[in-house]
Design a protein around this ligand. Sequence first.
Ligand code: C5J
Length: 228
Amino acid sequence: MRRSQIPAEPFPFEVDFARTALVIIDMQRDFLEPGGFGASLGNDVSRLRSAVGPCSAMLEGARAAGLLVIHTREGHRPDLADAPPAKVLRGPPEKRIGACGPMGRILVRGEPGHEIVPELAPIAGEPVIDKPGKGAFYQTDLDLVLRNRGVETLLVAGVTTEVCVHTTVREANDRGYRCLVLSDACASYFPEFHAVGLAMIAAQGGIFGWVSTTGEVLAALSAAERAA
Ligand code: C5J
């Protein structure tokens, strides 16, 4: 496929889709549905639903075009051996990581709450990266997976904009990946943090990435496929 240009902030984004992966961050029931980790922290989880449609459209487009699709999930081993006490020992015990909630133990791998929402469920061949922290590179094999596939560019979507999306994009940028964040396919419990989080990425000449929309990326992807 030829190189394409996607309208983006702070300036148009050059991309070779053959060396690009879609990375969908933490679209898990624990963050999007009542009774999970996000709700245990006092958040209005309905605020994250806006990202589901755009993520789904981007997922469909990426699959159709044969892009590598990677899903991440934040969560911990059932024995919590990989959960730092500083992360666990917050809030009332019945709402902490590992406590039992309506979707099973909060933020624990293998529990219903840890699963990706059904609309965005991974299919065979799509790597799922289980991560103990906010960044998708920390203590995972994501970098290895991407390098083995020759990926140089990441299209990043998911939740939450200012936490796991931001941390992952910062980590990726430091490792030499070019990141385009899809504004409408990300969301936050705090609309103002979403807006500022996106602005921070594109500020200062794109200090650690670019920002565009699902529609712009899908249009560029279709044009690249037609031209191929
Ligand atoms: C948070 C995440 N917000 N996936 N995790 O704790 O952004």
